[in-house]
Ligand binder design. Structure first.
Ligand code: NDP
Length: 287
């Protein structure tokens, strides 16, 4: 079994280290606050004296990329493969890859798509980008955390896919909270709306007439947004009513206001109200 060193023992890193231990790896851990290593040492991990006190493979999970710079300082990284699963911007990741290369190492960037309890569980996966040979060499070890999805050599790609997923996650769940708040003003319990929300989430990912994940992917690829059956003007007016309803109910409207502004810009300012909802994409990509 491969040696793996886990740098960063927040909820994510600590669970990763425990998962590698459970998979039978020799695990070394390092964290700025050393006391967080104690439960892992009790399970058989070795506490490194410094982050450089490691084998070839370093798995990093910290608040951001600055934490990696702060932790590694002036260390040489000759022959080491750093797999960083921390959050950052794609450009930060590209710059970090150059920084690691200058020190003799290789940086694999990654974005993991599960919270701590999901690590290593069925359905868990992470996006990886950077040097493919390094990913291939360590894929078997990394698979303990979840499936390995290699997205390409551009080090920014893993974070772009990660953020793409989070944009869908954050925005749809925020709208769900607006929905719960609106219904709550009429005394409707969240559990009453839950089956309907589930139906929408399921249908959006499906192949039926509400399967908009697939429909929009096809429309965006083709650059054609048919609006004969449900045009954007109708939907811009509809979201205006929804925002009005939220205001009347005394609920805050930051996100619905932004949606309304975007729909109105595409439909009225830019004159594509006769097209379908997908035409909003054209306004998004050209701000
Ligand atoms: P945190 O974001 O709380 O990570 C804290 C870790 O970062 C600790 O080990 C902390 O050290 C370290 N750290 C922060 N700043 C520095 C620094 N300047 N120098 C050295 N170490 C530093 O915890 P999580 O474990 O939740 O998240 C880790 C990463 O995983 C984040 O980038 C997050 O976006 C990502 N992520 C998180 C998910 C989640 O559900 N939690 C899901 C998917 C991804 P110390 O203990 O000393 O403070």
């Amino acid at each position: 079994m491969t040696d793996v060193t886990v740098i960063g023992l927040g909820p994510m890193g600590a669970t990763m280290a425990a998962t590698f231990l459970a998979a039978g790896h020799d695990v070394t851990v390092w964290n700025r606050t050393a006391s967080k290593a104690e439960p892992l040492v009790a399970k058989g991990a070795r506490l490194a004296a410094s982050p450089g006190d490691s084998g070839e493979l370093l798995v990093i999970s910290q608040l951001d990329y600055q934490a990696m710079y702060d932790s590694l300082g002036d260390l040489r990284l000759d022959g080491k493969v750093l797999v960083n699963l921390s959050s950052g911007t794609p450009d930060e990741l590209r710059a970090a890859a150059r920084w690691v290369t200058e020190r003799g190492g290789a940086l694999v960037t990654a974005g993991i798509m599960v919270p701590p309890p999901g690590i290593g569980q069925p359905g868990a996966y992470a996006f990886y980008s950077g040097p493919e040979d390094a990913v291939d060499r360590h894929a078997e070890t990394l698979r303990a955390l979840g499936d390995v999805h290699y997205m390409g050599s551009d080090e920014g790609l893993a974070m772009m896919f990660y953020q793409a997923q989070l944009l869908v996650f954050w925005s749809s769940l925020t709208s769900y909270m607006h929905a719960l708040a609106l219904l709550g003003t009429a005394g409707v319990e969240p559990a009453v709306f839950l089956p309907y929300a589930r139906e929408t989430f399921t249908q959006l990912g499906g192949d039926g007439p509400m399967g908009f994940a697939k429909i929009l992917a096809e429309e965006v690829a083709a650059g054609v947004y048919p609006g004969e059956l449900n045009n954007l003007t109708m939907q811009a007016v509809g979201i205006g009513h929804a925002v009005h309803a939220l205001r009347d109910a005394g609920v805050e409207t930051t996100v619905p206001d932004a949606l309304k502004a975007l729909f109105e810009r595409a439909a009225f300012t830019e004159g594509r109200g006769h097209e379908g909802l997908g035409t909003v994409f054209e306004s998004i990509r050209k701000p």
